[in-house]
Structures are given as structure tokens and as C-alpha cells.
Design a protein around this ligand. Structure first.
Ligand SMILES: Nc1ncnc2c1ncn2[C@@H]1O[C@H](COP(=O)(O)OP(=O)(O)OP(=O)(O)O)[C@@H](O)[C@H]1O
Length: 716
């Protein structure tokens, strides 16, 4: 904390700032709304409205930081206040509060006091100078609550920044992810402010702030490249609708709207030109996480074999670049097969030669996607027919020739293969009698297991999530991509669950490789279709197009929880760095013995205990969905209302959740009870270690492990 004098100085500054902001708001509110048709006036009116909204938003908490900076060559040390919204004095045009994304504000996050002189990058070049003070200020509802200095020139070893961060991390969490503008750390700041035209791949340990950083990066990019980027052309891909609901507060808090936010599935289904029946998410999760072990009434059987994933497992194969290449060969064969091989004779002695038609197909319209090329050629033939018809003077003969030409054109164009993307996709796995031989030869290269699995899928008329990327790829190759389907920037969160094929597909749509790709291989529980090594994604881009970063510090959980979780990581063979906790100590990881006859009373006692300690969000995490549903029912029958979260859940409401472990990814809870961490639920293999790792790293403050008769060897 700072001296009383500094506190009073900040108190006065706050009063002054609030007064100025209220005056600006009043001035802007006096302007009547423009209702005319003048476009410039309409834009000015919209800007005025936007500024009013921003000011109203900023009034409760106008800023969170202060820098005293002396620019080289200037006599004065200037104080600058940093907030979520930049505010200008409308008379002097002097900044009252600087936007956190402004160049000068970067010093607030990057300056660590190690150097005497510092600099920041302004649009006109580097600005050098000296920093005298870096101060954190906590204001809530226009009241000054705390002032902490994290750097004062001439004083050593200030720990204010750490203290401030720890204070923030110790907060109880509700059901929404929040912004972190006041405590962004240097390694996170580097990612947030990185230039836009690279595919950034970020491996970050659980709780390192990947999702949060991605959202702040979007806000930064929109501020910094406001003339080049449009929010509606930016996209966040997230793993589920419930997760999107969980993160939905951050961008509005940062004053950003209109960015598209979807799951890959939602987005792809919306773009596909044909209806596709996809398996339901619940059955997919069941097959992925429960069925390989065999399930009896919510209990996993010990005796059955684990689902063993290889390169030829259908889902993995369909997400691979090898499969994409095969698809390319298939489409090239199709293109070659479609090369015109006969002349078009509209009527006697009026024909277009094979050479002409080939020239159009192979050279003049080559840049068009296959089916668009066909449309162009047909349209050109029609134009040629019309011009030839003009030379015929006899009306009746002209009519007869037109009819003949039209019939012959229909017949002539039948030489072209014209299947829809889904028909073509089906024929790729199950060639028909009419499939040309060169294409059949390509199909034969598909592993037999995959072909058989696809035959069953086509028979049942239900496709899988992994079929979406290839289907969409075929559609784009045949019909092309519309301008409105392209993106200025794409964020892929939980990218370890994205296949290389999915990322490659997106690459075709994103301008200048402007990607932020974030994930954690240690949480790669969707090994059957995801990415297992970031090199797989790096290889999709040239060396200059991509950068790789690691976030090793974990902010979510206490040291005790991180240490426990790291121990589990050792049981996986993954070459990923272990999480480094911030120095936030809490309760040790605690154990509960589950007496089968007493489950409800154990759960009830735990919930009461957590509530008594003031925790707002709690999770009882089970291995199976049936297990979660049973607990939910038991608690309900005993008068305890909880939220049961299954794969089809759209919203996250916080409170007490009962949830299968594989659905907890991305979420966090004040306290977590991992239920029945027994041998028959969690066995010693990489997949189950990862599942348990995900479950443990959801806890912010307290982690409890419930064990029955035989604790899992993973935690013994
Ligand atoms: N610099 C920071 N200051 C304060 N809190 C932070 C900071 N960075 C991250 N956090 C907090 O840490 C928690 C984890 O953040 P987030 O969910 O973005 O991490 P993640 O890497 O996406 O996690 P996971 O991969 O485990 O789902 C959140 O509560 C977030 O607010």
C-alpha cells in the first residue's frame, strides 16, 4: 500500500476525473439525435452515441493504473492514467484517461524496472524516456478502494505488482470469465500485442490465461488495426456453445462487439450447401470417453480394452493432411476427367473445336473452381450460339437451330461429372460403377479400416464431426469461397482438439495467415481427432508465416493444486512443460473416503462446507455422464438443487455443477470434488491421466479427491 499522502492525491484525482467525465457526458447528451439522410451526419451521430455509451461504462471504474513518464527532450514528468476506455478532454484534446491498448499503456505491462530508460512504439516511431512510477489503483462504483505501487524510480524490490495480482487471483469466481486488463502479465502482453499477420501458435499450460489472452488480443487488434479489420470478419472458434456462453462477458467488458463466436460444427453446418445429418454430441462423447472402456449403468468395466488410436483410426485419418492430399489427388483426377474431349456441334457445320473448348477449360478459366469453370464455359458456348444464330435470316431455321443447339448442349455437358460435395465424398469411400477408374485408383489408397467404417456411416446416413472439414473442403474446391466467408482474423481456442485438416481449411479463408491458435497438448483428450504435436500445425505455414510461444505460468490454481496436477502430467509421455504456479498458497489437496452407502451425505457435507467458506462455484466431477446424472438425481431427491451438465448443455449458470470430467475443459470452479478417482475409473494410461489432469486444473482454490475402495494408481 502507499502513503496516506499518495492515497489522498489519488482520491482528489479520481474526483477531478469523474467531474470531467460527467461534463463530457452531459455535453454529448445535449446533442440531439440526427434523423436526416446525410451519411456524414449519421456517422457523426453514431460516433457520439458510441462515445456516450463508453463514457457511461467507464464512469464506475475510470482507470486502474497510473504511469509517471518523462519523454526524452521534455522537461516535465507527466502522469498518465490507464483505463479500459480512453477519454479525451474535448476542449484541450488532452487525454484524461489512456486506453489500455494505446502504445504508451504497453509500458504498464512490459516495464519491469530493470532498465533505467525505457521506450514504447508509437505510430510515428519509437518514443524514449524514463518511467518514474507505476501504480495500480482499484476503483469500484466510483469509490477508490486500493492504491499499490509496483515501481517507484530509485526504490528497490517493490513487490506491489505480485501483491496486486495475488489479490486478484484470490477472488471468488462467478459463472463468467472476466477481463484481466489491470493485471495482464508481460508474457501475456507480448502475445496480445503481437503483429496481426502471423499464425501464432501458443502452447499454454492449464490456467495460463490462453482464452483470456485471446479475447484481449482481439480487442487489441481491433484498436490497433482499426482501419484494416472489421469485427464481423473476425471469428473465435470454441469447443462448445456452453463454453461460448461462459466467455461471453469478456468482449463486451472490453467494449468490443460483433465478433463472430462459434463452434466449428455450427460454422461448418451453416456453410455447407447441403443438409448433413451429424451424430449427436452426447453419443459422440459417449463413444469417445466411455464406450472404449465398456459401460454398465454408469460404471466403467475394468476388463475391456482401451480405445486405441492409430493414424488409421477413421477420425484421426480424416483429420490428417495425408487425407487432404489424397482428396486433392481425387479432385485433380476429376478435373482431368472433365477436360472436354469432343467438339460441340450446335448444328450442321457450326461447331466449336475440341482445341477451343480445351483452351477455355485448361487456360482461360483455369483460375475458377471446377463447377464455376463449367458454368462459365456453358455461358460462353451459349453466347457463341446466339452470335451464330444472328447470321441466320430465315426465322424458322433460326428457331430450329436454337432448339437443336440447346438439346445438343445438354447432351454435350453430360460428359462432366456433376455430383454434389456429399455425393462425391461418398464416392470417394464407396466408388460406384460410374466413378472413373483414375478416381477409383485414388480411393483404393484409403486404409481398409477407414473405408469400412465409412461404409457403415453412409449406410446409417449419419456422418461424424470429422467429416465436416473434408466436406467443406470439397465444396470450396468445386464452388469456391464467397468474399463474405473470408476472415480478417481467426482465434482457435482449445486448438489441440482441432485437426491439421481443420486448420488447413481455415488457412484458405483467413487473410494473411492472421491466426491466434491456442491450446494445451496435456489437455488433448480428443486424441482421436485432434493435433498431437504443434509441429503438425506449424508445417502448414512457411517459417515466416508462423511463430510459436509458450505460456508456462498458471494463474488459476493454488500452488498445491498445480503441484498435484503436475504429478499427473508425469504419467503422460507428453513432452510439454509443467505448469509453474504463481506464489499463491492455499489448502492442501484433500481426500474423502467414499463409503458406498453414504454417498449423498458425503456430498451434502462437502457442499455445505464449501458454501460456508464463501465459495460461489463448485463442481462435482465424475468419470461418466451416467455417474453425474445419478448424483444429480440423488441430490435432487434429497432437496439439493444442482446443475447437471451434459454434452447438449448450452449455458453455464455457475453454482453447484455436477459434470463428467471430459466436459469440464475450459471451465473453472472455486472448489472441485473429483468423485470416485478409483482404479476402475481412471487407469494408468495417457488418456485417463489427461482426463484427470483436466479435472484437477479446473479448481481455483480447493481440490478434493473422493476415493472408494481402490484409488487409481494415477494418484496413489
Ligand atoms: N494476468 C492475469 N491476471 C489475473 N487473472 C488471470 C491472469 N491470467 C489469467 N488469469 C485468470 O486465470 C484463469 C485461467 O484463465 P483462462 O481460462 O483464460 O486460462 P486457459 O489457459 O485458457 O485455461 P485452460 O486451458 O486450463 O482452460 C482465469 O480465471 C483468468 O481470469
Amino acid at each position: 500500500m502507499v502513503s496516506e499522502q499518495s492515497y489522498h492525491e489519488e482520491q482528489r484525482q479520481l474526483e477531478r476525473t469523474l467531474k470531467q467525465m460527467r461534463e463530457i457526458l452531459e455535453y454529448r447528451s445535449k446533442k440531439p439525435r440526427y434523423v436526416g439522410n446525410d451519411v456524414t451526419e449519421q456517422i457523426l451521430d453514431e460516433m457520439n452515441e458510441k462515445t456516450k455509451q463508453e463514457l457511461k461504462r467507464a464512469l464506475n471504474e475510470p482507470y486502474f493504473g497510473r504511469l509517471n513518464f518523462q519523454e526524452e527532450g521534455k522537461a516535465e514528468v507527466q502522469p498518465y492514467y490507464i483505463g479500459k476506455v480512453g477519454v479525451m478532454d474535448h476542449d484541450s484534446n488532452h487525454p484524461i484517461v489512456i486506453d489500455w491498448r494505446a502504445p504508451l499503456a504497453s509500458l504498464f505491462y512490459s516495464f519491469n524496472g530493470e532498465e533505467d530508460r525505457t521506450f514504447y512504439e508509437a505510430p510515428d516511431g519509437i518514443v524514449e524516456g524514463s518511467l518514474y512510477l507505476k501504480r495500480n489503483v482499484v476503483i469500484r462504483q466510483q469509490q477508490l478502494l486500493r492504491v499499490v505501487d509496483s515501481f517507484v524510480k530509485g526504490e528497490l524490490n517493490l513487490t506491489g505488482a505480485d501483491e496486486f495480482l495475488l489479490h486478484k487471483l484470490g477472488d471468488r469466481k462467478d459463472h463468467r470469465l472476466r477481463d484481466i486488463v489491470s493485471t495482464i502479465q508481460q508474457e501475456q502482453n507480448d502475445i496480445i500485442r503481437a503483429p496481426k499477420n502471423t499464425a501464432m501458435i501458443i502452447q499454454g499450460v492449464a490456467g495460463s490465461g490462453k482464452t483470456t489472452v485471446a479475447l484481449h488480443r482481439l480487442a487489441y487488434l481491433l484498436y490497433h488495426y482499426r482501419d484494416q479489420l472489421k469485427p464481423e470478419r473476425m471469428m473465435i472458434f470454441a469447443p462448445s456453445t456452453m463454453f461460448l456462453d461462459y466467455i461471453s462477458a469478456v468482449l463486451p467488458e472490453l467494449g468490443v462487439g460483433d465478433i463472430q463466436q462459434r463452434t466449428f460444427e455450427e460454422w461448418a453446418l451453416g456453410l455447407l450447401s447441403e443438409e448433413v445429418a451429424l451424430s449427436d454430441p452426447a453419443s459422440r462423447y459417449y463413444r469417445r470417453f466411455e464406450q472404449p472402456r465398456g459401460v454398465e449403468d454408469g460404471d466403467l468395466k475394468c476388463s475391456s480394452e482401451d480405445g486405441f488410436v492409430t493414424e488409421n483410426t477413421a477420425s484421426r485419418y480424416k483429420g490428417s493432411i495425408a487425407f487432404k492430399r489424397l482428396l486433392d489427388s481425387y479432385l485433380t483426377c476429376m478435373e482431368e476427367w472433365n477436360t472436354p474431349d469432343r467438339p460441340f456441334e450446335a448444328w450442321e457445320n457450326h461447331a466449336l473445336s475440341v482445341d477451343t473448348l480445351r483452351r477455355w477449360y485448361e487456360y482461360e478459366y483455369r483460375s475458377y473452381p471446377l463447377y464455376r469453370r463449367k458454368e462459365r464455359i456453358l455461358a460462353r458456348i451459349k453466347r457463341w450460339v446466339e452470335s451464330e444464330l444472328k447470321a441466320i435470316e430465315d426465322r424458322q431455321r433460326q428457331k430450329d437451330c436454337r432448339k437443336k443447339a440447346s438439346q445438343r448442349l445438354r447432351t454435350w455437358s453430360k460428359q462432366w461429372l456433376a455430383q454434389s460435395p456429399s455425393e462425391l465424398y461418398r464416392e470417394l469411400f464407396l466408388p460406384s460403377k460410374r466413378t472413373p477408374q483414375p478416381m477409383v485408383a485414388v480411393s483404393r489408397q484409403i486404409p481398409e479400416d477407414v473405408r469400412q467404417e465409412m461404409a457403415t456411416a453412409f449406410k446409417g446416413k449419419v456422418l461424424e464431426y470429422e467429416d465436416l472439414a473434408p466436406l467443406l473442403y470439397i465444396q470450396f474446391q468445386l464452388f469456391g469461397v464467397e468474399q463474405k466467408q473470408r476472415f480478417d482474423h481467426v482465434v482457435i481456442d482449445e486448438a489441440q482438439d482441432f485437426s491439421p485438416f481443420q486448420v488447413d481449411l481455415m488457412k484458405g479463408l483467413v487473410r494473411e495467415n492472421s491466426f491466434t491458435i491456442l491450446g494445451d497438448l496435456a489437455q488433448g483428450i480428443h486424441a482421436d481427432h485432434g493435433t498431437v504435436d504443434w509441429k503438425q500445425l506449424q508445417e502448414l505455414f512457411s517459417e515466416e508465416q508462423t511463430t510459436y510461444h509458450e505460456l508456462k505460468q498458471s494463474y488459476r490454481s493454488t500452488m498445491e493444486i498445480i503441484q498435484f496436477a503436475n504429478h499427473l502430467l508425469e504419467k503422460t509421455k507428453l513432452a510439454v512443460s509443467k505448469a509453474v504456479p504463481v506464489f499463491r498458497s492455499g489448502e492442501p489437496v484433500q481426500w474423502i473416503h467414499i463409503d458406498p452407502g453414504n454417498k449423498v451425505s458425503i456430498l451434502r457435507t462437502w457442499i455445505k462446507q464449501m458454501q460456508k467458506q464463501g465459495y460461489q462455484s463448485m463442481a462435482i466431477v465424475t468419470r461418466t455422464e451416467k455417474g453425474a446424472s445419478n448424483i444429480y438425481q440423488d441430490l435432487l431427491e434429497n432437496g439439493l438443487e444442482t446443475s447437471f451438465i451434459d454434452a447438449n448443455r448450452q449455458e453455464y449458470t455457475g453454482g453447484i455443477s455436477v459434470i463428467p470430467v471430459y466436459l469440464t475443459k475450459g471451465l473453472e470452479f472455486d472448489a472441485v470434488l473429483l468423485w470416485e478417482v478409483d482404479e476402475h475409473y481412471y487407469r494408468v494410461n495417457e488418456q485417463e491421466a489427461k482426463l484427470l489432469y483436466v479435472g484437477c486444473t479446473r479448481a481455483l482454490h480447493q481440490l478434493w479427491i473422493g476415493v472408494g475402495e481402490q484409488p487409481s494408481p494415477l494418484i496413489r
